[in-house]
Design a protein around this ligand. Structure first.
Ligand SMILES: *Cc1c(COP(=O)(O)O)cnc(C)c1O
Length: 363
């Protein structure tokens, strides 16, 4: 194949390659490990009635019905995607032409930039402030200067865990004509939302997913909440039959049995606080405030700790030694037992490091 057949905007991209090393304990993708087998029996039962010869319901009406009732919005304010990742792609297909600018934070979720690159748009990043806290004045200045077509706010932010107040989000919406996307992937752990504001602001879109809190990452279900004018635009670019009937059944089971989830969420939040306390008890580690199901830490020679944990069979997220996250590692909150094993390994690493320094050998 001739190389010049590939679109210019794709040429320089790297394929997304999650952790390729197998680890017993997976704390690298913000999954809900406490919910591993939570839904299986109910999903298996529900699958018995599946007519897989038929195409799925392209608009996932049943799921929208359940979500609509739970959220207090109309079905025509919802779009269901194959993960919220697909909704992000749909947003770019709907709103971003080549050379259009989008504004987001730094550091934040990498998919906005990837989707923007593919669309041929330009990603402008406004830096977070001290300790990765949201810096409203820097951001609003960027809004005025960049005049973006679309703004992405991740709340709580991944990978830092910090949040943006409702007041600040409202001020941003009121100071721009751009489409403002608030990605609430970690809403279930945080509990605060701006979804209710979609009835007041026609340029606001809230994204949610069942991948994190619900523990349904394998099923790929995300949704957007917006004004119905936006929904109509998104539906123009939505691939038909985008969510498989298997995934729709899994989502339905999960949304109809939310009580099961509450216990699991409580555990994650409790474990998050225990994990933060345990990490902070290690002198060499600095932690950042988080409202997600993960904790970002800063540590000297983060790569070495990352390697050590990987070799021990614990997968965590390392960001590659450059930029604002160069000494950072993101650790997803696991089960009580997983967190215990993690902390044992972390402490073991620093003991080994001190010993080898004392004996004059580098760690
Ligand atoms: C994990 C994550 C998503 C993607 O979720 P899917 O629904 O699994 O595609 C979107 N946004 C943020 C901020 C995330 O961390």
């Amino acid at each position: 194949m001739r190389n010049d057949l590939v679109r210019k905007s794709i040429e320089k991209l790297q394929p997304y390659e999650p952790n390729e090393i197998y680890c017993d304990i997976k704390l690298d993708a913000n999954e809900n490990n406490g919910a591993t087998m939570l839904w299986n029996e109910k999903i298996a039962k529900a699958l018995m009635g599946l007519q897989i010869n038929q195409y799925p319901d392209t608009n996932a009406e049943e799921i929208k019905g359940i979500l609509g009732r739970q959220l207090g919005v109309q079905k025509d304010q919802l779009v269901i995607g194959c993960g919220s990742d697909q909704l992000i792609t749909m947003l770019f297909n709907a709103f971003v032409d080549s050379k259009d600018r989008i504004l987001t934070l730094s550091p934040t979720f990498s998919m906005y930039r990837v989707a923007c690159d593919i669309a041929g748009g330009i990603t402008v990043e406004a830096p977070l402030g001290k300790d990765f806290e949201f810096d409203y004045f820097t951001f609003i200045k960027a809004v005025k200067k960049v005049e973006p077509k679309m703004i992405f706010l991740t709340n709580p932010n991944n990978p830092t865990g910090g949040v943006i107040s409702r007041e600040h989000i409202i001020k941003i919406i009121e100071n721009t004509t751009a489409v403002v996307v608030v990605d609430e992937a970690y809403y279930e752990f945080y509990g605060e939302t701006v979804a209710d504001l979609v009835n007041y602001y026609s340029n606001l879109i809230v994204l949610r997913t069942l991948s994190k809190g619900y523990g349904l990452a394998g099923a790929r279900i995300g949704y957007s909440i917006s004004n119905k004018t936006v929904t109509r635009v998104l539906k123009k670019v939505k691939p038909p039959y985008n969510v498989s009937s298997l995934d729709q059944i899994a989502a339905k089971v999960c949304l109809e049995n939310k009580v099961l989830l509450q216990e699991s969420l409580r555990e994650v939040i409790e474990e998050r606080e225990n994990l933060i306390a345990a990490l902070e008890s290690v002198d060499e580690i600095k932690t950042f405030k988080t409202k997600g199901n993960f904790v970002l830490i800063e540590v000297e020679e983060a790569k070495l700790l990352f390697n050590y944990l990987t070799e021990t069979g614990i997968a965590v997220r390392y960001f590659g030694g450059q930029g604002p996250l160069k000494n950072c590692i993101r650790i997803s909150v696991g089960t009580k037992e997983e967190n215990r094993v993690l902390m044992k390994a972390v402490k073991g690493y620093f003991i080994k490091k001190t010993e080898s320094l004392a004996s004059g050998v580098s760690a």
